[in-house]
Design a protein around this ligand. Structure first.
Ligand code: ADP
Ligand code: ADP
Length: 225
């Protein structure tokens, strides 16, 4: 149900080719990383999958179904970005409850799941604080929790650890992998950090100039020095 297939997906911005025809399959439950320099087309792939922008050509299947005309909220996709995108005027509890309220879950269930997910990200005591009162690392854990709370089958992550310092990034890599195991979700992860891709991924898709250069398990990748 959570397999992703891109078949000859293309995207142009005026004269700029963001994606040459790209074909990629992400297996159910897989952790696949798009690795590549800035401008190589990584974010464009995530945006097309999330339904935030349309491809110019090609075909896309989500869970085996043509997705082009599926609205974003029907794709069972969660998004996590570098800038956290927590709602600043809401408490942590309200931020976490938001996706469940949107889905009209009962209040008692929401309260229970908010507490559960705060335990999962090991921040059980901050429900009533505001995002600005948390450190960057804590905010990023809440952003992960807000995505995990409704258990999407597919999670798209765009440089989610990019704003964190090295020590926190190493720690959060472990947290993200633990979340992947616990949710059993298919994860498509974007980074320009080769070490991060090597440490976290089942497979790495190396991109450059809007094309796939290599695709394979970390131990099978070749990186030019
Ligand atoms: P990456 O995520 O690997 O940094 P992007 O997918 O963001 O790469 O961008 C791929 C190419 O498309 C780049 O050349 C970028 O400048 C261009 N691009 C992306 N978004 C836009 C946009 N909204 N308008 C014009 N060009 C864009
Ligand atoms: P952007 O601000 O880049 O356009 P969005 O508006 O799509 O991004 O998403 C803003 C924030 O809301 C993101 O951090 C994302 O994790 C979260 N979000 C997006 N879609 C959903 C959803 N269906 N359910 C819960 N949270 C969502």
């Amino acid at each position: 149900v959570s397999k992703l297939s891109l078949r000859n997906i293309e995207k142009r911005y005026g004269n700029v080719i963001a994606l040459h025809p790209v074909s990629l399959e992400v297996e159910e439950g897989e952790f696949l990383t798009l690795l590549g320099p800035s401008g190589s087309g990584k974010t464009t792939i995530l945006q097309i999958l999330a339904g935030l922008i349309d491809a110019d050509g090609g075909e896309m299947l989500i869970g085996g179904k043509p997705a082009q005309h599926l609205p974003a909220w029907e794709r069972d996709i969660g998004l996590v970005f570098q800038n956290y995108a927590l709602f600043p005027h809401m408490t942590i509890e309200e931020n976490l409850a938001f996706p469940l309220k949107m889905r009209r879950r009962p209040a008692a269930e929401i309260a229970r799941r908010v507490q559960d997910v705060l335990e999962v990200v090991r921040l059980p005591d901050i429900a009533l604080r505001f995002p600005s009162e948390l450190s960057g690392g804590q905010q990023q854990r809440i952003a992960l929790a807000r995505c995990a709370i409704y258990k999407p089958a597919i999670i798209l992550m765009d440089e989610p650890l990019g704003a964190l310092d090295k020590q926190l990034r190493d720690h959060m890599q472990i947290e993200v992998r633990r979340l992947h195991r616990e949710l059993g979700a298919t994860i498509l992860y974007v980074t320009h950090d080769q070490d991060e891709a090597m440490a976290m991924s089942d497979r790495i898709c190396l991109m450059n100039g809007g094309r796939i250069q290599q695709l394979g398990a970390p131990e099978d990748m070749y990186f030019s020095p």
